[in-house]
Design a protein around this ligand. Structure first.
Ligand SMILES: [Zn+2]
Length: 590
């Protein structure tokens, strides 16, 4: 390719491209061909950069080589870069360092910065943090923006220099003001954290936005975070989702994960679980542990993708391998329940222990439950309560409830109703339904607290409205009998219905009584019998006995002594005293 240069002797425009109509440097219209003999080092550098931009790396290398041979610092630096990247020549760190050092010695800022980087990461030279900071410093004195940013990082981390966040913030500011995008981001972070400078979220966001305007993926992501959380700006879910999407499209995994969350829960965008799963998958494949976990949950629950235990286990395992506590816990639950894997409580315990060590109280609570049941371990109430206590003291509501129960029944700890009610209270205050119900029981009967029926009803109602069948039954009973609230048989029957349909045997029994007596509902003996039967099948001795009575008396259909005796016997086996007497009476008759 032929070289032309501008005819104007003070203009250094030179090109291998077709000559333009007018010189872009001086506006002249005449160009002369050149065989190279009349070119100076700067011309070769300009030609090399043109070649490199065109992707003709061999030409670029030989152009830079000519400039470097004349001792030109820019030529040496560009030739060093060719050795660093292996463009037009075999990659060689030692050659790159040699050339950077020659240029740096001549005061070439970019070469000084590159040499500093080689020292920082031990490329072509032994790693030397002090030498790195020194060379960054030389370049920063010349206001090289990249060097200012690199030196700021040294001051932030205290590598090669004494840590000095004020100096770091100053250097980031200089670099950012010169338009260096990574410095804008780092400066924004320091302003957000109030490190080395006053905390000011508005100013932090302004820098992120400046970097985001250049389509920097991390800055776009951070803008999303600021708009989502309302840092320095009114929170704005649609704008946050839009920032996440722009960063996600560039393949930035944390943004893909956050955008997926927006789609899954319809935050700032219409909910679209299918698309959410697609973005989770992209982030998960890049190793984003939060995305792997979220994806596992989608696979487990069949949200936005067909339910698949296999996929759920696979993604939980990947996140668990990165020690994500929540993933260790959920994978443990799969092993404990035998969901998607062969049931293995020992493996569950192992996973829970790893999660517990990472400070996850829910895992401590599960360990306690395994010891309570003796599942995969030797049963031990003291060990169970020790784990419940650890999780309870970390304010984990289910564990507070479990510990309260241990105190109520003196399991693993001395019985202490006051402590029981206190732990139930902490858990109930967090809205945990089971504890609300247990505490309601304490108030209804004055166990560990002063008797207060109205408070009992209030607590039962809170738990009942959360759908806890036992609480629905207790509330039904108070409402039926007018305990702590005005009697209202119809409302009572309705609570019994919800409890019964929730599978609670006492609720079924009480609901059956309503139909038997026409309390709050229309009297209906066949329905009453059906609910007694369901309660009996759930193992409630009272219901078994009641069925015995019904068959013996023929309350709903013909008398049936054999059926009656069978139900009495079942109830008696379950420890029902009147049933035992009924069995004796019937057997005497025979
Ligand atoms: Zn010119």
């Amino acid at each position: 390719m032929e070289i032309h240069h501008c005819e104007n002797p003070v203009c250094r425009f030179v090109t291998r491209h077709a000559v333009p109509d007018t010189c872009p440097l001086c506006g002249g219209a005449f160009f002369l061909p050149s065989d190279g003999s009349d070119l100076v080092a700067a011309d070769w550098v300009a030609l090399g950069i043109e070649s490199k931009t065109d992707g003709r790396f061999d030409d670029a290398f030989s152009d830079f080589e000519k400039a470097a041979a004349e001792g030109d610092a820019a030529g040496q630096c560009m030739l060093g870069l060719a050795y660093e990247t292996g463009e037009g020549v075999a990659q060689s760190w030692p050659d790159a360092v040699l050339l950077y050092r020659a240029a740096a010695g001549q005061g070439h800022a970019q070469a000084q910065c590159n040499l500093g980087w080689c020292y920082e990461f031990g490329k072509g030279v032994p790693q030397d943090a002090k030498a790195a900071a020194r060379w960054y410093g030389e370049a920063a004195l010349q206001h090289d923006p990249r060097a200012e940013c690199c030196l700021a990082i040294c001051y932030t981390n205290g590598t090669g220099v004494a840590a000095d966040s004020v100096r770091a913030a100053q250097l980031y500011t200089l670099s950012a003001q010169a338009g260096f995008v990574p410095a804008m981001r780092n400066l924004a972070q320091m302003i957000h954290l109030g490190r080395g400078t006053a905390k000011n979220d508005e100013a932090a966001l302004a820098w992120y936005q400046k970097a985001a305007a250049q389509d920097d993926a991390r800055a776009l992501f951070m803008c999303g975070q600021f708009y989502e959380k309302g840092f320095g700006v009114e929170s704005n879910a649609p704008l946050a989702a839009d920032f996440y999407l722009r960063a996600a499209r560039q393949g930035y995994a944390p943004a893909q994960a956050c955008y997926a969350i927006c789609l899954e829960y319809g935050r700032g965008v219409p909910a679209n679980p299918t698309e959410a799963v697609q973005w989770y998958t992209r982030a998960a494949r890049q190793g984003d542990t939060q995305a792997q976990f979220a994806l596992a949950v989608c696979c487990e629950q069949g949200t936005g993708t067909p339910q698949s235990w296999g996929d759920a286990i696979r993604w939980y395992s990947m996140a668990a391998a990165q020690e994500l506590p929540q993933a260790l816990l959920n994978l443990g639950l799969c092993y404990e329940r035998g969901a998607g894997v062969r049931r293995n409580p020992e493996e569950a315990l192992h996973l829970y222990r790893r999660a517990a060590r990472l400070g996850l109280p829910a895992a401590e609570n599960r360990i306690g439950a395994l010891y309570e049941r003796g599942d995969g371990v030797e049963q031990s109430w003291p060990t169970a309560t020790a784990h419940y206590r650890r999780a309870a003291e970390a304010n984990y509501a289910p564990a507070q409830c479990n510990l309260g129960w241990c105190y109520e029944y003196g399991q693993g700890v001395p019985e202490d109703l006051t402590l029981a009610a206190a732990w139930y209270g902490k858990s109930a205050a967090q809205g945990f339904a089971r504890a609300q119900c247990c505490l309601g029981w304490c108030y209804e009967f004055g166990k560990g607290v002063e008797l207060d029926e109205a408070r009992a009803v209030e607590l039962y109602r809170a738990a009942a409205e959360q759908g806890l069948p036992r609480a629905q039954c207790c509330l039904g009973y108070c409402t039926e009998k007018g305990i702590g609230t005005e009697a209202d048989p119809a409302a009572a029957a309705e609570w019994y219905r919800r409890s019964a349909e929730g599978g609670y045997s006492r609720g079924m029994y009480n609901y059956a009584c309503c139909f038997e007596n026409g309390t709050g509902v229309k009297k209906d003996l066949p329905l009453a019998q059906q609910w007694y039967e369901r309660a009996a099948k759930e193992g409630l001795p009272d219901a078994m006995y009641e069925l015995g009575v019904w068959y013996e008396d023929g309350r709903c259909g013909p008398k049936d002594a054999a059926q009656a005796l069978a139900w009495y016997k079942k109830a008696a086996e379950a420890g029902h005293d009147r049933a035992r007497k009924a069995v004796e009476r019937m057997e005497k008759l025979v």
